[in-house]
Design a protein around this ligand. Structure first.
Ligand code: ASP
Ligand code: MG
Length: 321
């Protein structure tokens, strides 16, 4: 049974966390599972590289930005392999191009066109765990390109599809997917499962939990995902296509405080839900400045200073109600 496991930057922030991830891989390997690991850059390496570039050039060329940004994942993959080897695991780091990840040529926001997994399969047959750099690939011209911020999730799902993996696990620093960001709404509830369509609606509306393209790709290829914490050892949230009867009317709410914007995702997020939201807020003296409807999603805007009471009220009414 082949599993793809992806570890985000916070799960790999320093040497101790790298060792912890190496131990998690060892445990999985001992369960006689074939593993392919995908890594992000360590901690906030990508942000640091980004600011370094802007210190040097106010408008850095996109090609060179990608050449720079891809180094974060490369460092991380090599260090994780070193940490795995310390535990006696056989592993090998592979960059996007070594792993056969072919992209279109749009620097900074490219799509994966094709994966030629020959090298990964060869390493697996030699009993080595491939540790693949997320977020990057190579275009037809031979240049390195990145998939957009947060793109390692998409690398993991694309590899799971290409390798026909049994499961794809996305490890992060939160316990799973919640009805809202628990840092903003303490009453938010962790979900056992969420439908792809609801997660996609929330990702499009700005939720940062999973890269939007990764959800699209998982849905198109029928790859069930699990989002879980690398720290706690608890089960996380499963993402899959739910039957209509299992799918809740509303799955979650996400928002951007600085813009006073909030969005509710779910199969009943329609015109009727939008007018209900407007009336609920009006009853509390909160004026809605604008409202829009998209597939499985309603969005509305309030004044920024009313964002917190507004999103808390909508969460209570639509997600807990
Ligand atoms: N390191 C990249 C970023 O910070 C990609 C990722 O983490 O998924 O956006
Ligand atoms: Mg991410």
């Amino acid at each position: 049974m082949l599993i793809v496991q992806k570890f985000g930057g916070s799960s790999l922030a320093d040497a101790e966390r790298l060792r912890h991830v190496a131990r998690l891989c060892l445990q999985r390997h001992q369960m006689e599972q074939e593993l392919v690991v995908v890594v992000s850059a360590m901690g906030d390496t990508t942000d640091i590289l980004n600011s370094k570039a802007h210190e040097i050039n106010g408008r850095p060329p996109l090609r060179e930005m990608d050449a720079l940004m891809t180094t974060g994942e490369q460092q991380c993959a090599a260090l994780l392999v070193m940490s795995m080897e310390e535990l006696g695991l056989k592993a090998v780091s592979l960059t996007g191009w070594q792993a056969g990840i072919l992209t279109d040529g749009s620097f900074g926001d490219s799509d994966i066109k094709l994966i030629a997994p020959g090298r990964i399969e060869e390493e697996l047959s030699l009993g080595r765990i491939p540790v693949v750099t997320g977020f990057q690939g190579i275009c037809a011209k031979g240049d390195l390109t990145t998939l957009g911020r947060g793109g390692s999730d998409t690398t993991a799902v694309a590899l799971a599809a290409a390798l026909e993996a049994e499961a794809c696990e996305i490890f992060t620093d939160v316990e799973g997917i919640y009805t809202a960001d628990p840092r903003i709404i303490p009453e938010a509830v962790k979900l056992d499962t969420i439908d792809f369509r609801d997660m996609l609606a929330l990702a499009k509306a700005g939720s940062q939990v999973l890269h939007e393209k990764s959800v699209e790709l998982a849905m198109a290829n029928g790859i069930e995902l699990e989002l879980l914490s690398s720290f706690s050892g608890e089960r996380g949230t499963r993402l899959k296509l739910l039957r209509d009867s299992e799918r809740p009317d509303f799955a979650g709410i996400t928002g951007k405080a600085a813009e006073g914007r909030m969005s509710i995702g779910g199969k009943m997020a329609d015109a009727a839900a939008l007018s209900r939201a407007v009336m609920l807020l009006a009853a509390e003296g909160i004026e809605v400045l604008s409202g829009t409807i998209a597939e499985n999603c309603i969005s509305l805007k309030t004044k920024t200073d009313l964002f917190l009471p507004a999103i808390n009220l909508l969460h209570r009414e639509f997600l807990l109600g």
